[in-house]
Design a protein around this ligand. Structure first.
Ligand code: C2E
Ligand code: CA
Ligand code: CA
Length: 744
């Protein structure tokens, strides 16, 4: 869950990061777009201004040229004033002027109106443009109020020379609207232009100019002092420029250029919304795109997280829950157990196991056996309390963690559970009494041990002990088991070095011929001289059987026995055969036969003098493997003995199918309760073996009575404390020597 939270946080951080990157990117992009747009607008505006200017200049130039033509004509023809006025009247009819006229050098003018009306003898001396034209300059007046109408006019005038002296001037009145028409042409849909004097007073105002609608002066109030200063200075210098301009919360962009006449300036203005319009649209579009991307990312993250969570749940189900019973797996149990043990240490670990589960599988089938397991899981679930857990390990082994440490309560709780488990009927017609083993480890020192694995091992040991003992199906882990375990650990740690340092010692137990009471052979039995202690095989052989070390030890025994036999040969001792125990594990080793041969060859020992002992249980366990191996051993020349015959579930079949040279009757025959019955069995066994040409050895003969009975029934050989206990090799050699001396 922690991991998932981390992933979620990561995803959120990831989205936030992408979001920030997108925002940053868009802001920068928008700034760039805005700048580009501004640049473009500037460019456009300057072009637009230029166009206005060219059109206006052209118009003025054209008007002047028209007047100039007339003036030149007048200069070269001697026209009367009346004639001149006629010509002007005619001319006026063909152009767009409102009226045309002649200004005499005294400032008195005659005008012919487009309407055909004549205005004669007008005194225009107070007009600035009249003074200017009579001084020899061609002029265009500022915009003036029309004295003969409501409108506004501009007057063009060109001087007329006679003998290099200004004699008068041709003038023409133009409707100020002719400029307005030009400046009114809307630019960019919403832009317009005004014509200003250099002091920013308005010459011609565009009809679109709402800002300066009520004024004769261009409104400079929205500009800051420095902006205004710059604007006016630039105009005074006849330079062009631009500025931003805010009016009624709307921003405008203005561009001004000088015109070619009268110090006039053309100023064109567009609202900056024209510029930002696109940018705003792009901004909105970008924000929308970002929102969509972020939503997609969020959905994607949710989707991915969902998939992660789902697959984790599935994985958890596989890893943490047993398929068949839906119990915890060992893994999950351990995780949960550690958590519980850390929070509260009053717990006990319990293992339960069904006796002969393999057999149940074979007898009742897998499905029925599976049902039993499900029944066990169900029973456990029912009887477990809060904060108690259980798991199923392999096959029929279940582990429980119970919140209890009182042995009596534990015992009674487990008895109830086991009663319910074992009351399960595997088959409606066939009653099978289920037996359940229980191993209990009270966890009194989890904090000190801190290792669940150790506790699990101890619980398992308690279970194994329960399986081993015949009368106690429920077993608590105790000091004795602990010591046993310590010893086992010690044994496994030391076994390799012990082999190297020859701590394993061979004792020999003589085998006696029943009739002659003479030593005819011996069995090699291993002991471990640890220095501080002397161990008998029962305490280490089972461990070696489990970890496989026994195969090394058996070969070690064979080598040493061969070495002794070689030595005896040199000493001239009688040739006897030696029995050597062979672990069943050897039969599964690939190079077993080669190893045997190479050892006896090394010491030059004849294989007939080695009798390999195989325990009866092997024969039952795997007849095919044993048949094969005995054949091969025989063909190499070894003798084979069946050890502990009668101790287990051996069948007489084994005798028939396997080729043994010797049978060792287990001690059990001699120590049984019903002596008479046992005796009969022994007698029959010996008879049977003889009929099959198998030699018989009676093991564990301790009394004279046993010996005499065996002698009577024809047993061949005897091995037991009655004659001799297993002894060190030197003692055995001494015995052999003594026997040799007696024979002499
Ligand atoms: P085993 O092969 O059945 O060996 C006979 C055991 O019976 C020996 O015990 C021996 O000391 C004991 N014994 C002999 N006569 C009497 C008697 O009159 N009364 C009683 N009560 N016991 C008697 P030991 O030496 O403790 O060996 C125990 C088992 O360890 C052996 O049983 C054998 O299975 C195994 N073992 C011993 N040495 C080896 C070995 O080198 N290799 C393998 N694989 N197993 C070995
Ligand atoms: Ca033996
Ligand atoms: Ca035996």
């Amino acid at each position: 869950m922690k991991e998932t939270k981390r992933q979620l946080t990561l995803s959120i951080v990831f989205i936030a990061l992408i979001f920030l990157i997108l925002i940053g990117f868009s802001i920068s992009a928008m700034q760039q777009i805005s700048q580009k747009q501004k640049d473009k607008t500037y460019e456009f505006l300057t072009q637009m201004t230029e166009q206005y200017r060219t059109t206006i200049n052209r118009q003025i130039q054209y008007n002047w040229e028209t007047l100039q033509g007339i003036a030149t004509f007048v200069e070269h023809s001697d026209l009367s004033e009346d004639k001149l006025m006629d010509i002007l009247e005619k001319e006026n009819a063909n152009n767009h002027f409102m009226r045309m006229g002649y200004i005499r050098s005294n400032g008195i003018a005659d005008l012919a109106d487009i309407s055909g009306k004549r205005m004669n003898q007008l005194d225009l001396n107070n007009m600035a443009y009249v003074k200017k034209v009579l001084s020899g300059q061609r002029v265009l007046s500022d915009t003036l109020k029309d004295s003969f109408g409501d409108g506004w006019i501009n007057v063009y005038a060109i001087p007329v020379y006679q003998n290099n002296k200004v004699e008068g001037a041709i003038c023409a009145v133009s409707d100020a609207d002719s400029f307005s028409n030009i400046v009114d042409l809307p630019a960019m849909g919403v832009g317009y232009a005004d014509i200003l004097n250099r002091d920013a007073s308005l010459v011609i105002r565009s009809a679109h100019d709402k800002i300066n609608a009520d004024s004769d002066v261009f409104d400079l109030s929205p500009l800051t002092d420095s902006e205004r200063e710059t604007f006016l200075t630039q105009m005074k210098k006849g330079k062009d420029g631009s500025f931003f301009y805010t009016y009624k919360n709307n921003e405008y962009l203005a561009n001004y250029v000088p015109l070619s006449v009268n110090d006039w300036y053309l100023i064109s203005i567009v609202p900056s919304t024209v510029i930002s319009g696109d940018v705003t649209f792009i901004t909105h579009l970008t924000i929308l795109a970002i929102i969509i991307i972020v939503i997609i990312l969020i959905l994607l993250t949710i989707f991915i997280t969902h998939i992660i969570l789902k697959s984790r749940r599935q994985l958890e189900q596989i890893a943490y829950y047993d398929d068949l019973t839906n119990s915890y797996t060992k893994n999950k149990f351990e995780q949960e157990a550690i958590r519980l043990l850390n929070s509260d240490r009053k717990y006990s670990l319990i293992f339960i196991d069904i006796a002969n589960f393999k057999q149940i599988n074979e007898l009742f089938g897998n499905q029925n056996a599976d049902r039993l397991l499900i029944h066990i899981a169900k029973t456990l679930k029912q009887h477990l309390e809060k904060h108690e857990i259980f798991f199923r390990d392999n096959a029929d082994c279940f582990g429980l963690l119970l919140h209890e440490q009182d042995p009596h309560i534990l015992q009674s709780r487990m008895q109830v559970i086991i009663k319910e488990i074992t009351s399960y009927e595997l088959h409606p017609q066939q009653h099978y009494q289920l037996i359940c083993f229980t191993g209990i480890k009270i966890i009194d020192s989890y904090r000190e041990i801190g290792d669940l694995e150790v506790l699990m091992t101890r619980g398992m040991m308690a279970l194994k002990e329960a399986k081993r003992s015949h009368n106690n199906h429920m077993n608590f882990y105790d000091q004795h088991l602990y010591e046993q375990m310590q010893q086992q650990i010690g044994i496994e740690q030391r076994m390799y070095s012990a082999l190297e340092q020859e701590e394993f010692i061979i004792h020999l137990q003589p085998k006696y011929d029943v009739q002659s009471s003479r030593i005819v052979g011996a069995e090699a039995l291993i002991r471990w001289n640890m220095g501080s202690s002397f161990l008998y095989p029962d305490s280490f052989i089972p461990i070696f059987e489990k970890n496989g070390f026994i195969t090394k030890l058996d070969m070690y025994v064979l080598s040493h026995v061969c070495a002794y036999m070689q030595k005896w040969k040199a000493m001239g001792l009688p040739r006897i055969s030696i029995n050597i125990n062979q672990s069943r594990l050897l039969f599964y080793r690939e190079n077993y036969l080669q190893r045997l041969s190479s050892i006896i060859d090394q010491y030059d020992i004849s294989p007939e003098r080695i009798t390999l002992e195989v325990t009866e249980s092997v024969a039952v366990e795997n007849v095919e493997v044993l048949t094969d191996i005995t054949q091969k051993l025989h063909s190499l020349g070894f003798h084979i003995s069946m050890d502990d015959f009668g101790s287990g579930y051996s069948s007489l079949n084994v005798l028939q199918s396997l080729d043994f040279d010797e049978i060792k009757l287990d001690r059990i025959f001699l120590s049984g309760k019903d002596a008479q019955k046992q005796k009969k069995i022994i007698r029959k066994m010996i008879e049977l073996c003889h009929s099959l040409s198998i030699a018989t050895v009676a093991e564990g003969v301790e009394t004279k009575e046993q010996y005499e009975y065996l002698k009577r029934v024809g047993c061949d050989t005897i091995q037991g404390y009655y004659f001799a206990k297993p002894m060190p090799v030197e003692e055995f050699e001494a015995l052999l020597l003594k026997q040799m001396e007696e024979d002499k």
